[in-house]
Design a protein around this ligand. Structure first.
Ligand code: SF4
Ligand code: SF4
Length: 317
């Protein structure tokens, strides 16, 4: 496993980052013990970087995995929150510290930022994180984003250290531009000293038939320090470690992971309230005849819509 300095921070991360969304209640909803085993396998294979969020509700398996890991102090945790003010961000950081049983969180991000306007709208939360950084409670702060404008905006904010953009070789999931627009924005942000860790290299599951091409594309982007991949099983961990190490992936390992593909399921009892449509930043959902309908070509299987459904009628399975 190769390790990189994350931009201008003093944080050293493995090139493969464990994306914890996939084991969370928003997606596969693994029991804590099972989720912890998947994380432990990744750590045993050299992954020292875990990406999570307050929104994912997945701190328990991460805490369990860390508890049982001898080198837990070397593991880098990135979490994020939608909080926009002092009280909200304070609560988010305290929740992460408490539930992960850590005295600091390495990286704390503003979740899903769209542009300079949204960063400005969250400035109270940024100021809280800056104070938390001075107190040693966080080591670096930044944003995650599915938008080119989000990356470009963060690049110009000196207080932000890290950017986690959506990037893959087809550009699926990028809301406001093409793959090449995003690559240019990432290069700009890296030139401004930001640490970059990309997310959704396989387009949320759309690119599973071309995983080697998908991973190679990101590995060739030297500005990307680490690549967050959602993993929900030990075979997926083993496959992704091989891909990141540019080793051959045996066919049987590929087969074992193919059976674990994702789909967005909408139940018959959907009442057509539209809450999921409003929440989907990929614009993958519409209402037709009083029911939610998904455009599978736009869905990146993030599961965020499910958390907003009052009827529990939509979920990634
Ligand atoms: S439809 Fe749901 S799972 Fe798909 S991209 Fe939109 S929010 Fe994410
Ligand atoms: S939020 Fe739930 S009930 Fe409302 S439209 Fe979406 S799936 Fe249907």
């Amino acid at each position: 496993m190769e390790y990189r300095q994350l931009g201008a921070t003093d944080i050293r991360v493995s090139r493969l980052c464990f994306g914890a969304l996939t084991i969370s209640p928003l997606q596969r909803n693994l029991p804590a013990g099972e989720g912890a085993q998947v994380i432990q396998r990744a750590m045993d294979l050299g992954v020292n970087f875990i990406d999570t969020s307050q929104f994912y509700r997945v701190y328990p398996p991460i805490a369990l995995a860390l508890k049982q890991y001898a080198k837990k102090d070397e593991v880098v945790i990135a979490s994020k929150s939608y909080a926009y003010d002092t009280a909200g961000m304070k609560a988010a950081l305290e929740e992460a510290l408490r539930e992960l049983d850590r005295d600091h969180i390495d990286i704390f991000l503003l979740h899903e930022q769209e542009s300079s306007l949204t960063i400005r709208g969250h400035w109270e939360a940024v100021e809280y994180l800056l104070k938390a950084k001075e107190r040693g409670l966080v080591r670096a702060i930044g944003i995650s984003t599915h938008r080119v404008a989000g990356v470009r905006a963060a690049a110009l904010v000196p207080e932000l250290d890290v950017v986690s953009p959506l990037i893959n070789y087809t550009g699926i999931g990028i809301i406001d531009g093409t793959r090449d627009d995003m690559v240019e924005a990432i290069k700009f942000a890296a030139a401004c000293g930001k640490g970059i860790y990309g997310m959704k290299p396989f387009g949320g599951g759309h690119l599973m038939d071309t995983i080697e091409t998908a991973m190679e594309f990101l590995l060739n982007l030297q500005e990307i320090d680490s690549i967050a991949v959602g993993m929900k099983s030990i075979p997926e961990v083993e496959m992704n470690v091989r891909l990141i190490n540019q080793e051959v992936v045996p066919e049987e390992l590929k087969e074992a992971t193919k059976t674990m593909g994702r789909t967005l399921h909408i139940d018959d009892w959907c009442i057509g309230c539209g809450a999921c449509v409003a929440r989907c930043s990929s614009q993958a959902l519409t209402l037709e005849n009083g029911k939610a309908v998904v455009d599978p070509s736009r869905c990146v299987f993030c599961g965020y819509c499910g958390a907003h459904c009052p009827e529990f009628a939509i979920k990634v399975i």
